[in-house]
Design a protein around this ligand. Structure first.
Ligand SMILES: Cc1cc2nc3c(=O)[nH]c(=O)nc-3n(C[C@H](O)[C@H](O)[C@H](O)COP(=O)(O)OP(=O)(O)OC[C@H]3O[C@@H](n4cnc5c(N)ncnc54)[C@H](O)[C@@H]3O)c2cc1C
Length: 448
């Protein structure tokens, strides 16, 4: 039996952030990680001998706590490649090249989009990102689906379709009729504004030199032997001021535990005694979204030669978005997409080869037939990942956030919680993971 002050379950950014904060305060910590790597939803893959990412990757300027950590860790950012014209594929498959940040909507659609975005901003600004359930109209906002709100508030079809595509497809990664306006507003409030979340100049601003998994790798390096890989925690026995955690043959006794795992996975752990009923109820109303991230590799970023940025949106297609993920060296060319929400649900059944065809044909709709000739293809269906079971984040069903949100972070005896899924500012993003981990560490320090 190993003994420590605090046992942390999960070596994503939240768990490693919590463990680092505790260690900096002189506490003994041990981190148990199920996978044989750290980083959770951030994961580097090597393409052309250089790091690329198959999980989270962009850092937006509002992610201030994360940027502070990057500086501490000596990790640099580089501006995402977005130079050139972007491409929009409309409902009739018409391809339009455009510059700047706005998709080429008609004047009327543009005005409708701007009005609706302003309404979302106004509502999100009324939420406390740490406690959206406290909004005076939380029940009503949580009873209304995002789809219904779009129907009521956005008269123009193209504007509505784009707003649906951005929030439901791009972030919640589930259909717009399956989550509430309140749940969607929470993510906007977590980012600070609609622009911080949707505006490519902001949300796609930077990438991490060395790939985003480097953040977790460096944090783990700092913790050294206090991080144990290949240790899936399946049993937790808890009582007054003591907790015993078991992962295979490893048994750890501690004064407190931080469970830094996605909340949809908590039910996979056997607790002795069982957790209070409210905790199990909560989990039954949360589900992960669906995301398959796909990278296609080309000898060169051929689209750049044609004055294209490699970025595009196609709200009506399976391949709804595309980005230039070419490494800073400029070669090989890499295009990246997310088959998210309904696109993942529709294509998840198919063999990988079939999905590769769909993805490269989707890229060809933006950039022409050269996109069909990918030299390599890498994909990750995050729903198939045993230790995540979806992406980007676990979110509540309609009505769930106002009913169960207040219990999300409630400690149970010596057990505390962390994860981006339960964070306020930076919710759903690496920023939220870090903030959530540090907040849990603060809670534990106060409790010990
Ligand atoms: C495809 C994709 C694209 C994304 N894009 C972006 C982006 O561009 N920008 C951005 O900021 N964010 C993005 N994100 C989100 C970002 O990656 C996450 O918010 C963040 O990495 C979550 O960190 P976390 O520590 O909260 O959770 P996780 O990374 O999920 O960490 C939890 C850890 O717990 C481990 N674990 C689970 N169960 C157990 C158990 N029983 N025992 C032991 N260990 C366990 C897991 O293996 C995992 O390592 C993206 C995510 C994905 C998947």
């Amino acid at each position: 039996m190993l003994e420590t002050d605090v046992v942390v379950v999960g070596a994503g950014i939240s768990g490693l952030g919590a463990a680092t904060a505790l260690a900096q305060e002189g506490r003994d910590v041990l981190v148990l990680e199920a996978r044989d790597r750290v980083g959770g939803r951030t994961e580097n893959v090597e393409i052309g001998g250089q790091p690329n990412e198959i999980g989270g990757q962009w850092v937006a300027p509002y992610q201030s706590e994360l940027e502070g950590l990057l500086e501490e860790l000596g990790i640099e950012l580089f501006p995402s490649h977005r130079t050139g014209e972007h491409v929009y594929v409309g409902p009739d498959k018409r391809v339009t090249r455009y510059e700047g940040h706005d998709a080429p909507l008609s004047d009327a659609a543009g005005r409708s989009y701007a009005d609706a975005a302003a309404k979302l901003d106004e509502l999100a600004a009324q939420l406390d990102p740490d406690a959206p359930w406290e909004h005076p109209d939380a029940l009503a906002l949580d009873a209304l689906t995002y789809e219904e709100w779009l129907r009521r508030e956005v008269a123009d079809d193209a504007a509505r379709d784009l707003l649906r595509s951005f929030l439901a497809g791009g972030f919640m990664t589930k259909p717009a009729q399956s989550f509430s306006l309140l749940a969607g507003l929470w993510v906007i409030a977590g980012a600070g504004s609609v622009d911080n979340l949707f505006e490519p100049d902001l949300c796609l601003a930077y990438r991490v030199v060395g790939g985003s998994q480097l953040i977790a790798l460096r944090l783990a390096e700092g913790l050294g032997e206090r991080v144990r890989l290949g240790s899936p925690v399946r049993d937790v026995a808890w009582g007054d001021g003591r907790v015993t955690v078991r992962a295979g043959d490893t048994e750890v006794e501690a004064r407190a535990a931080v469970l830094a795992i996605p909340p949809n996975l908590v039910s996979g752990i056997r607790f002795e005694p069982t957790l209070p009923p409210w905790r199990y109820r909560l989990e039954q109303h949360l589900s992960q979204g669906a995301v398959i991230k796909a990278l296609a590799v080309y000898e060169t970023p051929f689209w750049r030669d044609e004055g294209l940025s490699g970025e595009g949106f196609a709200p009506y297609e399976l391949v709804r978005e595309v980005y230039d993920n070419t490494p800073p060296s400029g070669s090989p060319g890499v295009l990246c997409t997310f088959l998210a929400g309904e696109s993942a649900e529709k294509t998840g059944y198919l063999p990988a080869g079939e999905r590769r065809r769909i993805v490269t044909e989707g890229y060809a709709a933006f950039f022409g037939p050269a996109a069909l000739e990918a030299a390599d293809y890498v994909e990750r269906d995050w729903s198939a990942e045993e230790w995540t079971r979806g992406a980007y984040c676990a979110t509540f069903d309609v009505g769930g956030l106002s009913r169960f949100g207040p219990d999300l972070r409630r400690p149970i005896g010596p057990i505390h919680w962390a994860c981006t899924d339960i964070s306020g500012l930076g919710n759903m993003h690496m920023e939220g993971a870090l903030r959530s981990g540090r907040a849990a560490a603060g809670e534990v320090l106060a409790a010990l």
